[in-house]
Design a protein around this ligand. Structure first.
Ligand SMILES: [Zn+2]
Length: 92
């Protein structure tokens, strides 16, 4: 049986996909920034949805540190995907 694979090769894509599969972020996982090559602790959860490939009620989550919140949210907002950004404590 073929298993659907996440699109994209970026670390952020894979990480967001994994978060989506588990339905949330748990305390046992280190909450790390989703930006490429960044290992900082995540401070923000960016919730987004691509209406072309996701159901409207399905939210994906990218985690961001303070330094990358702007970069990642701008990336998503420019494509019209960003729903909101909340402190990471709100999704625990
Ligand atoms: Zn970062």
């Amino acid at each position: 049986m073929r298993v659907a694979t996440a699109k994209g090769t970026g670390r952020a894509d894979r990480r967001a996909w994994a978060v989506g599969q588990t339905g949330g972020v748990t305390d046992s996982e280190p909450l790390q920034c989703s930006a490429k090559d960044c290992r900082a602790d995540a401070r923000w959860a960016l919730r987004w949805n691509n209406p072309k490939i996701h159901d409207a009620d399905r939210l994906k989550i990218w985690l961001a540190c303070d330094d990358h919140k702007e970069h990642l949210s701008t990336f998503l907002a420019r494509r019209g995907f960003l729903r909101d950004a909340v402190p990471v404590d709100e999704i625990r």
